[in-house]
Design a protein around this ligand. Structure first.
Ligand code: SF4
Length: 424
């Protein structure tokens, strides 16, 4: 059963009398468990919907409408599936105490993998979930493989009962499910020959594996460093060489770029990033794979709009990781816009200097960096540093930041998304 949290004005749901608080019980006699059931079972032109109104009245609607017209309800968020693993490199263990509770949830949810591209390990799925993945054809899924050797994978996940990922992928592939995969590289554990074997096994699964990315482990001052360490420059170079070997092979044999290194891998290897065309559809850009090239493309395509900033002095605030790569972005940005950009790369005062990601910067860091800067016309804040409710990691609302600093501030992920609207 799923609770309705809102109904769109003028929608079919409103016409039927559904309200916030209505319980969606079943469709065609099948009980509804979550948004997946709702979306897939109501995808036909005609279906029977059984609801319970807040006053307890049970109603069955025989709904007939073109499938393309949405019913217009918002649903309560699904209960997140908790992770069954205890990876040494888990970002949750790397968080300091005292942050909001939701940040300590280890989610590992195939539904969010399908819907939002969150990576899942598939170690906590039950037979019922397997059937749903197949029945609803949840494809593509984003899967954290890490290693295809079951013993090494169980070690990495600290989960002695983790199923054999190759068997799982093979099974789902036989039903047409495809996968974006990632390997979080833990030096001395799944690099070297283990990485080669993992690539080989994924390659042998054929076109069901859409791509493979290698991401170096990222640790904070709070991570379990006695069990896991960050890779050295040479270890990252070796991983880049392996990635590029598979990329060359996939281009030759399958005419696609199949193997990728995260930008962070190239950064730590002290090697230049591959050219933009390597990243094709930027399918793992949210995973830090091709982010710089993606930004460069956004700037090129949005150049017209960026001209609205001409002559302004704009602060670009980010983490130290992006800070090292940002000059590659700011040069074309300045050229396209005619504005002057100042890079303000912040160390993370909450997690320590080893946490370099912009998305993990607390609001206080932005306040400290921008207060007293009367010389900027605008400051751009990384869009990924606030949640859907507009809160930074330390619970500072974005609006409060805007009140505490002298210049206007805007959240931005692509620069173009913050550029002034151009007159028609
Ligand atoms: S799979 Fe590992 S890294 Fe991901 S949430 Fe679980 S323990 Fe953390």
């Amino acid at each position: 059963m799923i609770k309705v949290t809102g109904v769109d004005n003028g929608s079919i749901a409103e016409e039927l009398g559904l309200v916030a608080g209505t319980t969606l019980v079943s469709v065609n006699g099948r009980e509804l468990e979550d948004f997946l059931d709702w979306e897939f079972l109501t995808s036909e032109d005609q279906f029977l919907l059984h609801v319970r109104q807040p006053d307890g009245e049970e109603i069955e609607f025989d709904i007939e409408r073109p499938a393309a017209i949405p019913l217009g309800v918002s649903l309560e968020p699904a209960r997140i599936r908790r992770c069954a693993n205890r990876c040494d490199f888990c970002f949750v263990d790397g968080l300091p105490e005292g942050l909001r509770d939701v940040l300590y949830i280890r989610d590992d949810d195939y539904r969010l993998s399908f819907r939002y591209g969150n990576f899942a390990t598939l170690t906590n799925i039950k037979e019922h979930d397997v059937q749903r993945i197949v029945e609803y054809r949840l494809s593509p899924l984003y899967v954290s493989v890490h290693a295809t050797d079951p013993v090494i994978r169980r070690w990495l996940l600290r989960n002695p009962t983790a199923p054999d990922i190759l068997e799982q992928l093979r099974f789902f592939a036989s039903y047409g499910i495809r996968f974006h995969t990632q390997i979080v590289m833990s030096p001395g554990v799944n690099d070297g020959p283990v990485l080669t074997q993992t690539f080989t096994d994924l390659w042998n699964l054929g076109d069901s594996v859409l791509n493979v990315s290698v991401v170096p482990v990222g640790l904070t001052e709070f991570s379990r460093k006695d069990r896991c360490r960050e890779p050295t420059r040479d270890e990252c170079r070796a991983a880049v060489a392996e990635v590029e070997r598979w990329s060359t092979r996939s281009r030759t044999e399958r005419d696609l770029h199949w193997a990728y290194g995260a930008d962070e891998l190239y950064l730590r290897a002290d090697l230049p990033l591959p050219p933009e065309e390597v990243y094709e559809g930027f399918e793992q850009v949210e995973n830090g794979v091709g982010s710089i090239r993606f930004l460069q493309r956004c700037i090129r395509e949005g150049a017209e709009q960026l001209r609205g900033w001409r002559g302004q002095r704009i602060g670009v605030v980010t983490g130290t990781s992006m800070g090292r790569l940002m000059p590659e972005v700011l040069a074309p940005l300045a050229e396209a816009s005619g504005a002057h950009f100042e890079l303000i790369a912040l160390e993370n005062p909450l997690f320590g200097s080893s946490v370099t990601t912009a998305g993990l910067l607390p609001g206080r860091a932005f306040v400290d960096a921008l207060q007293g800067r009367g010389d900027l016309d605008l400051a751009l804040i990384p869009g990924e540093s606030v949640n859907d409710a507009g809160l930074f990691l330390d619970d500072l609302p974005f609006d409060a930041l805007a009140d505490l600093v002298a210049m206007p501030v805007k959240l931005s992920k692509t620069f173009v998304d913050a550029a002034p609207e151009m007159a028609a």
